[in-house]
Design a protein around this ligand. Structure first.
Ligand SMILES: Nc1ncnc2c1ncn2[C@@H]1O[C@H](COP(=O)(O)OP(=O)(O)O)[C@@H](O)[C@H]1O
Ligand SMILES: [Mg+2]
Length: 231
């Protein structure tokens, strides 16, 4: 059974999918067989679940989209809200069974949450509960721009309060180049995070992928207690 990393973020739109896909590619470049999941995707239009499709492509696997993304909803809202809008409920059992079958076929799983850590999946459960059910350490993608010190601290506190393992924090420049004030602010976060900072993705042009140095994969794997390819 695979282990893996659950990719969460300080917010929606912070760069989770970009980081998760880069992580999948970096792990594959080390020779690992990687599976990926976007267990529940909302805001799904006729083009399909775009995060899940990007992850599926990054793995290069033949895994079906139904396994990569068992739950899809049209409304761009939290999963429980989007499900209710369609008269449905979020069936966590289908997520767990798809994960079990993918994790049996791959050495490592990269799972992208929806929104941030405390986004509700059901009325009585959150993304943090899902990471806990899958027994995965959490990688936090943090926006580089103003507000990130607060959002990152809140997210790390929430992980610690639930006893969830942190795989690290990746700073994502998804908002483009920073102002001088934002850059000064970010320096404080970098210092505070220390070894927990396991990557930083620079502002990317359209269609550009993060370079290999953006992610400190060894540090993530060590934090995730992954024994490595040759333990
Ligand atoms: N480092 C970056 N530089 C520029 N644009 C980025 C960067 N990271 C993400 N983006 C863009 O920001 C948007 C949100 O990123 P995405 O990875 O989809 O976030 P999330 O998965 O957290 O919702 C997308 O349009 C993506 O292409
Ligand atoms: Mg995403």
């Amino acid at each position: 059974m695979a282990t893996g990393i659950f990719v969460s973020g300080t917010d929606t739109g912070v760069g989770k999918t970009v980081v998760a896909c880069a992580l999948v590619r970096a792990l594959r470049a080390r020779g690992l067989d990687v599976g990926a999941m976007k267990p529940m995707e909302t805001g799904v239009a006729s083009a399909g679940p775009l995060d899940a499709i990007a992850l599926q492509e990054a793995t290069g696997s033949g895994d079906s989209l139904d396994e990569v993304c068992p739950l899809r909803f049209a409304l761009p809202a939290a999963p429980n809200v989007a499900a209710r809008h369609e008269g449905r409920v979020v069936e966590l059992e289908s997520v767990l069974s798809a994960y079990t079958s993918l994790a049996a076929r791959h050495a490592f799983m990269v799972v992208e949450g929806a929104g941030g850590l405390l986004v509700p999946t059901r009325d009585d459960a959150t993304m943090a509960d899902l990471a806990q059910s899958l027994a995965l350490p959490v990688l936090v993608v943090a926006r580089a721009a103003l507000g990130t010190i607060n959002h990152t601290r809140l997210t790390l506190d929430a992980l610690a309060a639930r006893g969830l393992r942190l795989a690290g924090v990746v700073i994502s420049h998804s908002g483009g180049p920073l102002s001088a004030a934002d850059a000064a602010n970010l320096e404080v976060l970098r210092d505070e995070l220390g070894e927990r900072l396991v990557g930083e993705v620079a502002p990317l042009g359209a269609g550009e992928l993060p370079d290999a140095a953006s992610l400190r994969v060894d540090a993530m794997l060590a934090a995730a207690e992954w024994p490595g390819v040759d333990p």
